[in-house]
Design a protein around this ligand. Structure first.
Ligand code: ADP
Ligand code: MG
Length: 241
C-alpha cells in the first residue's frame, strides 16, 4: 500500500491518503499534548506503543463483534485503516471517578461507580471540546438519534470487553475516550485509537498510573509507564496464543 499525500497532521498522529480512496494510513507520533494543546512534549517510544496497542485492542473488539476501522498494521508506527467521516464527538466512558469528572462534581478520584457513565464532548479544539448531552448532539446535527443509540450501545460493549481484558492484565480501566466514524454506506464503526493517551489505566493492586496522566501531571516515569502497560498487554496476548 503506497503512502500518498499527507491529509491531516493532528496532535498525536499523521493521516495519509493511499491509492484506495476508502483507505488511509495513520502514522503515530511520539508527540504528546495535554490540556487542549497548552502543554507539549515528547514521550519516547509512544508512537510505536500506541500503534501496536490500539491495533491489538481493535482486533480484540472485532472478535467480540464491534466493527472498527482497523485493516492492517504496516509497520511499527503505521496502520492501514478504513477511511471514515468522523462523528465530531469525543465519547467518554467511565467506571471510576477521575480527571475532569472528579473536578466538575467535586468528588475524589478513584470512586467506583455502581454503573458505568457516558458523556460526550464536541470535538472542536477552538471551543475547547465543550461537554454536550444527547439532545445537543442531535440539535447540532452531529449525529442522528439512531447513530447516537448505536454509538452508546457500542461504547458500553467496548467498555465490557476492555474492562475484562485489562482486569486479566492486573489493570483497572478507569475511563477512556472513543471516536466513531461513518463508512460510505453510513454504518458506524469505531475509529481513531485506544491507547494510554486515551485511557486511564491503573495498576489494580498499587493504583499506579500507567497512562498519559503521568505526562499531564508531571509524575515522572512516563516512558517506563507506557512500556510497562504495553508489556502487560503483550504478555497477556502471548499467553493466549
Ligand atoms: P487530534 O489532534 O484531532 O486528536 P490525532 O493526532 O489523534 O488528531 O489525529 C487523528 C485524526 O484523524 C483525528 O482528527 C481523528 O478524528 C482522525 N481519524 C481517526 N481515524 C480515522 C479514520 N479511520 N478515518 C478518518 N479520520 C480518522
Ligand atoms: Mg487524537
Amino acid at each position: 500500500m503506497e503512502k500518498g499525500m499527507l491529509l491531516y497532521e493532528g496532535k498525536a498522529k499523521k493521516v495519509y491518503a493511499t491509492d484506495d480512496p476508502e483507505e488511509l494510513i495513520v502514522s503515530y507520533k511520539d508527540d504528546a499534548t495535554a490540556f487542549n494543546g497548552q502543554k507539549r512534549g515528547t514521550i519516547e517510544g509512544k508512537g510505536a506503543i500506541n500503534n501496536r496497542m490500539s491495533n491489538a485492542l481493535m482486533q480484540l473488539l472485532e472478535r467480540e463483534g464491534i466493527p472498527t476501522h482497523y485493516l492492517r498494521e504496516l509497520n511499527e508506527r503505521e496502520t492501514l485503516v478504513r477511511r471514515v467521516r468522523i462523528v465530531p464527538l469525543e465519547v467518554i466512558v467511565r467506571n471510576l471517578s477521575a480527571g475532569s469528572f472528579a473536578k466538575r462534581y467535586g468528588v475524589e478520584e478513584g470512586i467506583p461507580f455502581c454503573a458505568p457513565t457516558i458523556e460526550f464532548s464536541y470535538k472542536n479544539d477552538a471551543l475547547g471540546d465543550p461537554l454536550l448531552n444527547g439532545y445537543h448532539v442531535v440539535a447540532l446535527s452531529l449525529a442522528t438519534p439512531a447513530e447516537l443509540e448505536t454509538i452508546k450501545r457500542y461504547s458500553f460493549q467496548i467498555n465490557d470487553v476492555l474492562k475484562a481484558f485489562w482486569a486479566s492484565c492486573g489493570v483497572t480501566l478507569v475511563d477512556f475516550k472513543l471516536e466513531f466514524g461513518r463508512l460510505p454506506d453510513g454504518s458506524i464503526v469505531l475509529a481513531d485509537e485506544i491507547s494510554p493517551d486515551t485511557c486511564r489505566l491503573w495498576d489494580s493492586r498499587t493504583g499506579k498510573k500507567l497512562d498519559k496522566d503521568r505526562f499531564r501531571r508531571d509524575l515522572g516515569g512516563v516512558e517506563d509507564a507506557y512500556r510497562e502497560i504495553m508489556d502487560r498487554l503483550t504478555q497477556k496476548l502471548e499467553a493466549a496464543e
